[in-house]
Design a binder for this molecule. Structure first.
Ligand SMILES: [Zn+2]
Ligand SMILES: [Zn+2]
Ligand SMILES: [Zn+2]
Length: 140
C-alpha cells in the first residue's frame, strides 16, 4: 500500500482524472461524482480507495445534503437512514454508505438529522413527530 502514496501514483491518478478515466484501472470512465468506474467499485475496492470522509461527503451530496424530513442542512447532524427502517440487521454506518454509493443513491435510503432519527425511534409507528404533525395538518 506504500506505493499508493508515491508521487508517481499521484501523478498517474491525476492524469487519469484529467483524461476522464477511472483512477483505479484507467480504462473506463468513472461513475458521476466518483473517481472510479462501476466495475472497480463493485470489486470492493471502494473500501480502500475511498476514504471514509470522502464516502460520507459523496453520500451527503448524493442525497442533497439535507434532512429528508425537516430540511436540516448541518452536515454533522445528518445520517443516512434506511427508508424502511431495517434496524434488524444493523450494518455499520459506512457499509450503508458504501451500499448507497454502489447503487447510485437509490430512494431506499435518505438523510435524516439526529432530531428526526430520535423522533422516529420514540414513536411506535417509526414516524418522526414532524411527519405526524404534517399529516395531521393535512387531514384537519
Ligand atoms: Zn476502474
Ligand atoms: Zn430532520
Ligand atoms: Zn422530522
Amino acid at each position: 500500500m506504500a506505493e499508493y502514496h508515491t508521487q508517481k501514483m499521484r501523478a498517474l491518478r491525476q492524469r487519469r482524472q484529467q483524461a476522464g478515466l477511472c483512477q483505479s484501472c484507467g480504462e473506463r470512465p468513472p461513475v458521476p461524482r466518483l473517481l472510479h468506474c462501476q466495475p472497480c467499485l463493485n470489486e470492493g475496492r471502494a473500501r480502500s480507495i475511498l476514504r471514509r470522509a470522502q464516502m460520507r461527503q459523496l453520500v451527503l451530496d448524493g442525497y442533497g445534503s439535507r434532512c429528508a424530513c425537516c430540511g436540516e442542512s448541518e452536515p454533522d447532524f445528518l445520517n443516512l437512514d434506511h427508508v424502511n427502517g431495517q434496524s434488524g440487521d444493523r450494518e455499520s454506518e459506512y457499509a450503508t454508505y458504501r451500499q448507497a454509493i454502489k447503487e447510485g443513491f437509490p430512494p431506499t435510503f435518505r438523510l435524516l438529522c439526529w432530531n428526526c432519527n430520535c423522533g422516529r425511534e420514540k414513536n411506535k409507528d417509526r414516524r418522526c413527530p414532524h411527519e405526524t404533525k404534517r399529516s395531521f395538518n393535512r387531514h384537519a
